[in-house]
Ligand binder design. Sequence first.
Ligand code: NI
Length: 227
Amino acid sequence: MLLHIPEVLTGPALARARALLAAARWSDGRATAGVQAARVKNNEQLAAGSAELAELQSIVLGALERHSLFFSAALPKRVLPPQFNRYGGSANTYGAHVDQAIRYHPDGVQRVRTDLSCTLFLADPADYDGGELVIQDTFGTPRIKLPAGDLVLYPGTSVHRVEPVIRGHRLASFFWIESLVRSDEQRRLLHDMDMALMRLRARHGESDEAVALTGTYHNLLRQWADT
Ligand code: NI
């Protein structure tokens, strides 16, 4: 499932994140790539020790925690700390690659299976040309470029790339999620059911049927979740 989630970061939080990114010092993005990815990766990232990183991470994680649509779609078990990248100038592209299946949490202890990849766009699309996230999967090859503050969730299994940025700078946060529900298909069914239940309640209020279906949702989650 590929899902566009609008307005994850808005207002003062988005402005603060953008101010922090404007003040940050950037370093070579290849530092965190695996062997195959490093050959095609040419961008910049905020280094682990950079002064702005901790505040940026808490802004993004705080926004995710408050976002019910993100929770419903991702059913997160573990979220790796968000990282931040910049594409522009001579460091402007990331060729076709697959993200590593297992990543280590910076705490050095937890391993995280990357069921879902996430890109949160942080630059205004009018401020740069190129930089589309191109995802190759069974659903086609969408070219994604979203308003600042919107994110896209997509399966970690996809081959994907970032097109060269030929004007301005593309800024984004990217991170991975291990889901309570490993299967993309099962996660999709649960999300569809959750959304339909929300609309059912909005239209008809509470009912015995809505309660029963909510029970079915939770019983499916109980069958499929790995906590
Ligand atoms: Ni990637």
